[in-house]
Every structure is written in structure tokens, then in C-alpha cells.
Ligand binder design. Structure first.
Ligand SMILES: *Cc1c(COP(=O)(O)O)cnc(C)c1O
Ligand code: SF4
Length: 350
């Protein structure tokens, strides 16, 4: 299949693409040829969490389809404004684990650094949609405090760049930070959790690779790709650049109703990631964050889905189905097993 990409996007810098993201719901609907009926709820729901869609992500949506799986991740809907019991602003209790600005230290041996408060895209299901990022934009002295914290705790073997989206930070900042961290002897690994290369593949520049890969630390990048339609040619090229830079690539997705809650969608995502040398790592069940209840998939359905994937895919293309529970020492696996009748059927064929 020949993919015809829009030339203007390719020649534009990632910074311009980031700055030029669509934030006006009317423009989004107009660009996709969608009904104006969607406008009033989109404006209402974007009041508390803005619409933000970068151009290269928009280009992968199907015009005229209000149920497009990429559009559904970013389009504010009236459902967001309906309060549901159990859906809260800080479902993971991160604001408590946020002992110092910029640091979230919940799990043994691993420390999460909020490298950048911004994101390139605003995902409607985001569990950090209510996170007080303004308090987590670090001054120079706060960066030194964060580094001192890592220096003083020899149990920290891995530093994880997170956000927001850490790759919204500039390459100079990333290079400086990575060098400082690499100079701390007990840190063995660097990990980057990012959705930026997915929504703006142009972010993967030689300067970024230099910044991340220029030290002794092995680097793992966990992409956040939720649907096979996100893996277009530009992203495949970006993934190749990252791998050529020596970065180990994993993916984590969130299980979202109306986006990727079918066996077909999950199989296509895993196969497509596998085609590009990215291994599925986690499939998260939705965190119960206020405004995201319409994305909920029941646990039984999630468990059955992954059980069926185990029958059809090699083990390394089956993500671990997990939930984050505030106060737990790690992500909690859901009890997936090879599903009932499916299994009998599979066994009979041997
Ligand atoms: C997910 C997460 C990690 C990393 O967990 P892994 O199971 O190692 O992927 C670390 N810290 C926080 C706060 C996290 O949410
Ligand atoms: S990129 Fe990640 S942190 Fe940013 S809005 Fe989307 S899910 Fe949330």
C-alpha cells in the first residue's frame, strides 16, 4: 500500500508542529468534516481539560468518521461532564507520592521524574488530567534538589523520564539531565515514557538521540500507542531511528471502550508493533479518573480479551494486563488465563 503523506508536515520542525497543534474544537470538526452537533459538548468538556491535537496525529484520522479510534482519544464529549461514583481527580494518589517537586517515588528501585509538564496531545482518558503540573515545573535549584534526592538514595537503580510528556522538553535540557543522572554511580538504567513520537514522529531527531543515548546508561523507551492506525509510515520511520540509536522499545496502551476494546483491535496493535520491533509491555485498564468513565471496559471483558490474545499470539506480543492501585508497591496484574471454550477448541486441533 502506498502511503501519501502531506509534504508540508514533513518539512516542518517538531517545535512548530507542537506549537501549531489544534486547540479549537470547531477547527477540529471542520478539518474532519464532522457534524456541528459535536461542537457544543466539545466546547463544554474542553473547559476543564483543553483540546489538543497535533497535525501529524490528525492526519491519521478518517475524515467524516465520528467513531474513528484516534479521534475518540482526543475529542471532548459531553459524557466527560457527568460525574460517576468512584471516578476521582487523583485516582493513583500521586499527589501524595509527589514528596518533592518533579519526583514521584512510589515503587522500589524506580523513580519517576516529571521532566516536562506539557504534553503534545491531550488524551481524554489521561489519569493525570487533573495533576497540578504548574507546581511541577522545576526551577534550576529544584532540579538540583531532585538530583540530590536520587544521589542520596542508593536503592534507585532506574530513573524514568515522565511528565506530562518528557520529550516536550528541549534536547539541551534532556542532554544535561541525562549526563547528571549518568554521573550517579548507583543508577543503572534510564527509561523514557512518552507518547510524543506517536503523535509527532518528527520529534525523533539526531539531537534527541544524542541527548538520550550519549551516556553509559542503557535506554528503554516505552511508547504509548493505543491503536494500529497510529502506526503509520512516519511513526515506523521514527521507531527505526530510535532502534538504530540503540534504544530498546516497548509499548504500553490503555484499554479504552470504543477505541481498542475488541480482539481485532488488540491483535492488530500487537502485530503492528511486532512488525516494527516494538514489544507490547503493559495493557492498562482505565484509571478511574473523573471525566473518563465512558472509556471503561469491564474487567471480565479485559481478562477474556487478553486470554484470547495468549492463544493467538507469541508470548512476547501479549501485553501484561495491569491496574494501578494507589498504595500498591507495583502495578497489579489481572488474573488472565487461556479462556474456557476457546481453550478447548484450541486443544482439540492438536
Ligand atoms: C509505572 C510506574 C513505574 C514503573 O513501573 P514498571 O512496572 O517498572 O514499569 C514507576 N513509578 C511509577 C510512579 C509508575 O507509575
Ligand atoms: S500524552 Fe500521556 S500524560 Fe499526556 S495527556 Fe496523553 S496520556 Fe496524559
Amino acid at each position: 500500500m502506498i502511503h501519501v503523506s502531506s509534504a508540508p508536515v514533513e518539512s516542518v520542525s517538531w517545535q512548530s508542529l507542537l506549537a501549531g497543534s489544534i486547540t479549537d474544537p470547531a477547527e477540529l470538526l471542520r478539518r474532519l468534516g464532522l457534524s456541528e452537533d459535536l461542537l457544543a459538548p466539545a466546547i463544554a468538556a474542553s473547559g476543564s481539560f483543553a483540546l489538543r491535537v497535533p497535525e501529524p496525529y490528525l492526519s491519521r484520522m478518517r475524515p467524516g468518521d465520528p467513531n474513528d479510534p484516534l479521534l475518540r482519544q482526543v475529542l471532548p464529549l459531553g459524557e466527560e461532564l457527568v460525574d460517576q461514583p468512584g471516578y476521582v481527580t487523583d485516582p493513583l494518589g500521586e499527589q501524595h507520592a509527589n514528596a518533592r517537586p518533579g519526583i514521584i517515588h512510589k515503587y522500589h528501585g524506580r523513580l519517576l521524574l516529571v521532566v516536562s509538564a506539557g504534553c503534545a496531545v491531550n488524551c481524554r482518558y489521561c489519569f493525570r488530567r487533573h495533576f497540578p503540573y504548574a507546581d511541577n515545573s522545576l526551577s534550576t535549584s529544584e532540579w538540583q534538589d531532585a538530583l540530590d534526592y536520587i544521589r542520596s538514595d542508593t536503592s534507585i537503580a532506574e530513573v524514568i523520564y515522565s511528565g506530562g510528556d518528557p520529550l516536550a522538553a528541549n534536547d539541551r535540557r534532556l542532554a544535561w539531565l541525562t549526563q547528571e543522572i549518568a554521573a550517579i554511580p548507583h543508577v543503572r538504567r534510564l527509561r523514557v515514557h512518552t507518547r510524543l513520537p506517536v503523535v509527532i514522529p518528527q520529534r525523533v531527531t539526531p539531537a534527541l538521540l544524542d541527548a538520550l543515548c550519549g551516556t553509559r546508561l542503557p535506554v528503554t523507551m516505552v511508547l504509548h500507542c493505543n491503536h494500529a492506525n497510529e502506526l503509520d509510515r512516519e511513526l515506523a520511520d521514527a521507531v527505526r531511528r530510535l532502534r538504530n540509536g540503540g534504544i530498546t522499545l516497548l509499548n504500553q496502551a490503555v484499554l479504552l471502550r470504543g477505541v481498542n476494546d475488541s480482539l481485532g483491535a488488540q491483535m492488530a496493535l500487537s502485530e503492528s508493533l511486532g512488525d516494527h520491533g516494538v514489544l507490547p509491555y503493559y495493557l492498562h485498564v482505565l484509571d478511574q479518573v473523573k471525566g473518563a468513565s465512558h472509556f471503561h471496559v469491564p474487567d471480565e471483558q479485559a481478562i477474556a480479551l487478553v486470554g484470547r490474545m495468549m492463544i493467538r499470539l507469541p508470548g512476547f506480543l501479549v501485553p501484561r494486563l495491569v491496574r494501578e492501585i494507589a498504595g500498591e508497591p507495583g502495578k497489579v496484574p489481572l488474573p488472565v488465563s487461556l479462556g474456557g471454550t476457546e481453550l478447548h477448541h484450541a486443544l482439540r486441533t492438536f
